[in-house]
Design a protein around this ligand. Sequence first.
Ligand code: GAR
Length: 212
Amino acid sequence: MASVSPSLVSPFIPTDSHSSSKPVKLGIMASGSGSNFEAVAQAIEDGQLNAEIQVLIYNNPDAYAAVRADTRNVKAVLINHREYKHREELDKQIVETLLAHGVEWVIMAGWMRLVTQVLIDAFPKKMINIHPSLLPSFKGVRAIEQAIKAQVKITGCTVHLVSLEMDSGEIIMQAAVPVIPEDTPETLHKRIQIQEHRILPAAIQLVVNSYQ
Ligand code: GAR
């Protein structure tokens, strides 16, 4: 069987998505490497996204996202979930921090915690998440392993609004990525991330524009 090229099956990304109005104030939440944080920061620097990152919130003390924020002179605040007994208390602290930094839109860029109504109520329809599958397939943890196990031929990534039910809010943008027979979770994740870095900034601009 001929092998499928691992190149992009392209999503629609509007070319006129850049707004001329004032930059939107973003708060980014990340748990790990922060490559999506970096992609958003780079899109802002390149003039492709009309936004400012007010603060990065991270929950793992060794998250590389914090190093990236530091390099880009973005304030990084550690809110360690292990120090909170209830998820609502954690989210209350997150909301206070986001509001104290003047955040208008919240971007969950590799945030590996479930959110509660406390966060949703503070930023209604103004929270965005990126997930490494074509939702509604493969919700939750290990989405890439789930896709390989299911032997799908195409997977991808989804940017969506956050709702209380995990990985279930309104879909804003998706990109498809072929799965090739040799794929491991790592190789597939690498190709998915190329598309994540492309659609996350575009989706933010798109959804913010629709509110202006
Ligand atoms: C991304 O691939 C993102 O889709 C995934 O975590 C990774 C974070 O990468 N998010 C989830 O799985 C959420 N359910 P990064 O730290 O390099 O941006």
